[in-house]
Design a protein around this ligand. Sequence first.
Ligand SMILES: *[C@@H]1O[C@H](CO)[C@@H](O)[C@H](O)[C@H]1NC(C)=O
Ligand SMILES: *[C@@H]1O[C@H](CO)[C@@H](O)[C@H](O)[C@H]1NC(C)=O
Ligand SMILES: *[C@@H]1O[C@H](CO)[C@@H](O)[C@H](O)[C@H]1NC(C)=O
Ligand SMILES: *[C@@H]1O[C@H](CO)[C@@H](O)[C@H](O)[C@H]1NC(C)=O
Ligand SMILES: *[C@@H]1O[C@H](CO)[C@@H](O)[C@H](O)[C@H]1NC(C)=O
Length: 429
Amino acid sequence: MVATRAAYIFSTSISLLLLIPVALAKDHHTHGTSYLERGSSVFIEDDTTTNTTTILASPNGLFACGFYKVATNAFVFSIWFHGSSAKTIAWTANRDAPVNGRGSRLTFRKDGSMALLNYDGTAAWSTSTTATRASRAELLDSGSLIIVDPDGRSLWTSFDSQTDTLLPSQPMTRNIKLVSASARGLLYSGFYTLYFDSDNELRLIYNGPDISSIYWPAPFNQPWVNGRTTYNSSRYAVLEQTGKFVASDNFTFDASDLGDQVMRRLTLDFDGNLRLYSLDATSSDWSVSWTAFRRVCDIHGLCGKNSICKYRPKLECSCLEGFEVVDTSDWSKGRTPNVNKTANWDNRRRHKANSTATQDFSFKKLAETDFYGYDSNYVQQVSILQCRRMCWTMLIAKLLLTVREKARVIQRSTFLTARALHILPTTFI
Ligand SMILES: *[C@@H]1O[C@H](CO)[C@@H](O)[C@H](O)[C@H]1NC(C)=O
Ligand SMILES: *[C@@H]1O[C@H](CO)[C@@H](O)[C@H](O)[C@H]1NC(C)=O
Ligand SMILES: *[C@@H]1O[C@H](CO)[C@@H](O)[C@H](O)[C@H]1NC(C)=O
Ligand SMILES: *[C@@H]1O[C@H](CO)[C@@H](O)[C@H](O)[C@H]1NC(C)=O
Ligand SMILES: *[C@@H]1O[C@H](CO)[C@@H](O)[C@H](O)[C@H]1NC(C)=O
């Protein structure tokens, strides 16, 4: 405790010292833009009337950057759309590590790096401009925050670090991915990623706790069937000012409101869907002007293990028979075998393993159902009889494992039984 206290006092005294040179310079002589000078710091002010504290604004007034309050006493350093009614965030420095509202600060250190420091002086985020000629930070009309040297050469730009949103003219390259937020209204990194894959194709992947599974473009098609090419290794994509998106793998789309007078953003949403949004200048609200998925159930990981996704027209997840929900507040955590059934089966198994199992588990055919990422086997064409046989073979192999592992085995077998039936159900003959 003593150490913590000492550290706190130390940082407080440092803060007091820094209060003096704090300078939010406004330069009306060069480009008419405001900038943050090397050596200056800005403290978070927890103003209850607003969730945003502007540090810099872009000359065109469309973007602002500063502190954004994400929860009580939790702040991020962000760039947001100044003209949108919700102050929608376009980029965040520390999405997974918000800082405390008291005593935290953005500082453009004397060593040339810009950092977001927590109240105790630890850096939640910093730029890689240490020991450069970094002289000031500016927010450009494009929405990119840049750090430049005295000659105006860019040393760092926020366009090079990923969030969930791509702005017009922001290049998407081999190093830049879009990572979804974890839930509606939250900034934390989620499970979905838009990226250039090793074969040069732009893809969407679900990187869940248990599985990793590509879901866009249609993963079982050859590239040319999806209108893609794998031969261009420049791995470059951009949303043009007009609302046209072009990628080096030949993927392209147009905004429904094509034209260059509209403010847009391409966001990989928390639900794994990639959407282009256009800002309505009169209402200051966003409308969707393109979307990767109309049938959201084709997106992997939405409902989790052992559940069935339906879209009519709201997303619904339902349990497979014999399974129950793990967490009612989060469907994506999936389903687990009903405890009751497992217990019954366990009791009887002590006497007659093979026959009782048949009584406790039934086989069911589910039309047009696929369990992305959870297949226990894959067969092109199979009769229901063969399918059962395959299932039993797997089940029995599991049962023959050591008694010690019994509890776990039973759980997994239950899962296997329910699963194996769904191997390409539409191709049953
Ligand atoms: C600040 O954010 C909270 C929760 O995110 C929201 O309920 C509130 O309306 C916001 N306040 C303002 C002034 O925007
Ligand atoms: C990619 O697009 C260009 C221009 O539209 C076209 O000429 C070319 O044939 C396409 N490449 C492939 C492999 O489809
Ligand atoms: C590869 O992609 C880049 C970037 O989109 C483009 O400029 C270039 O013309 C493409 N090369 C070929 C051979 O299509
Ligand atoms: C077993 O299931 C029945 C009905 O489905 C329920 O009433 C009972 O409480 C369950 N027992 C246990 C131990 O979960
Ligand atoms: C269950 O039946 C299979 C053959 O169908 C047999 O190989 C296996 O030993 C049996 N298991 C037990 C526990 O009796």
